[in-house]
Design a protein around this ligand. Structure first.
Ligand code: 4NP
Length: 160
């Protein structure tokens, strides 16, 4: 049984949140914490449900030795029970999740970048979908910095 369950959430669940999940898994495995932590991702929207991650996201990650996979799905109410941390990639996702969060689970919701000690307050992971390849590199950089901070937090808070 994992000690902690985390879910990364963006809009479509084909670019940013599967990338964050892949980066997180990569770091967790290197830290030998694979048994203690479970990771998943989802989108606030259902437009791309069932689709694999965007090829630009998988290619950029693969070049760094990181596997990004899975099939897109929408974040659903039971996910509030299942996860301990719900990590929104941007302010819009955060606000959308906040509107749907049962009061007793609202303290599980965070902006991913708040775990990056070098990030400005309330910073987002920008949506790379309509841009070029450099946007996907930036997503990887931002996810890596935030996931390192998240893992440090989990170690301290949950004694991992
Ligand atoms: P994501 O990127 O939220 O990082 O998965 C997007 C994917 C699809 C769309 C927008 C953003 N879309 O408009 O279809």
């Amino acid at each position: 049984m994992p000690t902690v369950r985390v879910c990364f959430v963006c809009l479509g669940n084909i670019c940013r949140s599967p990338t964050a999940e892949g980066v997180f898994r990569h770091l967790i495995e290197h830290a030998s914490l694979g048994d203690a932590v479970e990771a998943d991702s989802a989108g606030t929207a259902a437009y791309h449900s069932g689709e694999p991650p965007d090829r630009r996201a998988t290619a950029a990650a693969r070049a760094r030795g990181i596997t990004v996979g899975g099939a897109a799905r929408q974040f659903k109410p039971p996910d509030w029970e299942r996860f301990d941390y719900v990590l929104a990639m941007d302010r819009d996702n955060f606000e959308e999740l906040q509107r749907g969060a049962p009061a007793r689970h609202r303290d599980k919701l965070f902006l991913l970048r708040q775990f990056d000690p070098r990030s400005p307050k309330h910073a987002s992971v920008p949506d790379p979908y309509y841009g070029g390849a450099e946007g996907f590199e930036e997503v990887l950089d931002l996810c890596e910095a935030a996931c390192r901070g998240l893992i440090a937090h989990l170690r301290e808070r949950h004694g991992l």
